[in-house]
Design a protein around this ligand. Structure first.
Ligand SMILES: Nc1ncnc2c1ncn2[C@@H]1O[C@H](COP(=O)(O)OP(=O)(O)OP(=O)(O)O)[C@@H](O)[C@H]1O
Ligand SMILES: [Mg+2]
Length: 466
């Protein structure tokens, strides 16, 4: 039996036939009666074909969808035939390019087959038009994010799983609305699922925000409606800042801060020499053990200072022992003792280098020579009198302390080249104050709320205003 509806649909929606096929570009010659902007069908207004819209090309059982790129008109000379009834003398043709096909009632992008000459072409029905503009598999939850600019009655929906569980990129010129689109997508998501317990418990989104676009302005905080993307119970913002001490700090687990990769990145360590050095410091337990036994640590430090003063290699830095003590003082911070300050003063005033004899000597009321057997016995008590208190050094400072200790140990023992590692140590000293403003070691989870925004607008590791 013939389905009358189908027959009617086909006759009303038919626009023409395929006249030429060149690869994915197809030319359609349009039936003469279809030169209007809209069609009225069963009470609906259906847009007629125009540039930018879509047509369906039917070849046997398969239906291809093509986008209209251009349209041409030429005079049909055959339409003039003396005293005949007047017919529309214009022959209209469309240039279209294939974009996809219809399968199982849904639209698929891509080209699987090409049309043949004389295949019939149709305007899309409302359902087909919808399936072309639906970026979601039928049956899965979708978010509606707006309407088509060319067809305001057509909403555009994106599949939640398709968008949020995969990689996406948003591209466009500056000011074209990329940031806005991102905010819109997440805003719709949070609006839809704000009251879904499973979502609240399991969803974790972290937004790394370089421009500070997604943190709420302070005045907006109490106003749920104007919060960016989502309000406080759903969103936790960290506005990090290296400019002021008032910024938030990011809670990181201990293992993350002790990870060599963390320091390699933050200190721009070079791959060949500095990065392996950091890995060596952070993965060995040598200093860990010593730091928990302050007596032993002091012994090791004293030993290093004495070795530095006995070095006869002319390329080593003359000031190395003093520098070492100063670095220790800097690392101890508040915990540095008066004895240490006094000792550094004394080293600066008395320890000198005799170039001719290529040895250090101690210039006080009595002269002691470093190449003398009594040297160690003379210097050791001075160093042993120090009372270094490392218990107050924690977190980031502790790692810095370890790096400094290892650096001097390597240099003094001649294991490492000063030229290779010194820039790293310099960078570390300038960056540690900023790093301390950005992170803290804590067991608290960063991603408590479903949405975590980390604003890096005020973060600049290159320079830090103290
Ligand atoms: N769909 C939209 N409706 C209304 N206004 C919009 C829309 N999209 C963007 N805007 C506005 O346009 C301006 C620029 O948008 P946005 O900041 O998102 O651009 P951008 O592509 O992220 O730019 P940049 O490349 O500079 O980061 C903003 O003021 C934004 O509010
Ligand atoms: Mg932007």
């Amino acid at each position: 039996m013939i389905d009358e509806d189908l027959l009617q649909d086909e006759s009303v929606f038919r626009v023409g036939t395929v006249a030429a096929v060149e690869g994915r570009r197809v030319r359609i010659s349009v039936d003469k009666l279809k030169n209007g902007s809209h069609l009225l069908y069963k009470g609906d207004i259906v847009r007629n074909v125009a540039v930018g819209s879509y047509v369906k090309i039917v070849k046997g059982f398969s239906a291809m969808i093509a986008k209209v790129d251009g349209e041409h008109v030429r005079e049909d000379r055959a339409a003039f035939g003396g005293y005949q009834r007047t017919v529309d003398p214009l022959a209209r043709s469309l240039d279209v390019s294939l974009v996809g096909f219809l399968e199982d009632g849904g639209f698929e992008r891509g080209i699987r087959e090409l049309p043949l000459l004389d295949n019939e072409c149709f305007i899309l029905t409302t359902a087909e038009f919808e399936s072309v503009h639906r970026f979601a598999t039928a049956g899965v939850p979708a978010l509606s994010i707006g309407v088509l600019a060319t067809e305001p009655t057509q909403t555009v929906a994106v599949g939640i799983d398709d968008i949020f569980a995969s990689h996406i990129g948003i591209f466009g010129n500056t000011g074209s609305g990329k940031s806005y689109t991102l905010a819109k997508l997440y805003h719709e998501l949070f609006k839809r699922f704000a009251s879904n317990p499973g979502f609240l418990q399991r969803a974790q989104f972290v937004l790394i925000d370089f421009n500070g676009e997604y943190v709420d302005r302070p005045a907006d905080l109490n106003d749920y409606g104007t919060a960016v993307i989502a309000g406080p119970p759903l969103k936790r913002s960290y506005a990090l800042s290296t400019k002021s001490t008032l910024g938030d700090t990011l809670p990181l687990p201990r293992a993350a801060v002790h990870d060599p990769m963390f320091w390699t990145v933050l200190l721009d360590a070079t791959e060949k020499t500095q990065a392996p050095f950091l890995t060596r410091v952070l993965t060995s337990t040598y200093w860990e053990t010593l730091l928990s036994a302050p007596g032993d640590l002091q012994e090791v430090i004293a030993d290093l200072v004495i070795r530095a003063t006995k070095a006869t290699d002319p390329t080593t830095d003359r000031q190395i022992s003093v520098n070492f003590l100063e670095e220790i003082q800097a690392c101890l911070g508040e915990a540095d003792s008066e004895e240490l300050a006094a000792l550094i003063q004394e080293f600066r005033a008395c320890l000198q280098y005799h170039s001719k004899a290529a040895t250090y000597f101690w210039q006080a009321e009595h002269i002691y020579w470093a190449n003398d057997a009594s040297w160690e016995g003379f210097l050791k008590p001075k160093l042993a009198a120090l009372r270094l208190d490392v218990s107050a050094v924690t977190d980031v400072d502790l790692i810095r302390f370890k790096i400094v200790l290892q650096y001097y140990r390597d240099i003094i023992s001649g294991f490492a080249n000063r030229e290779h590692l010194a820039p790293l140590i310099k960078r570390m000293h300038s960056r540690v104050p900023s790093i301390k403003r950005l992170v803290r070691i804590s067991d608290e989870s960063v991603t408590d709320a479903p949405l975590t925004v980390v604003s890096l607008r005020d973060v600049n590791l290159g320079c830090v205003n103290k």
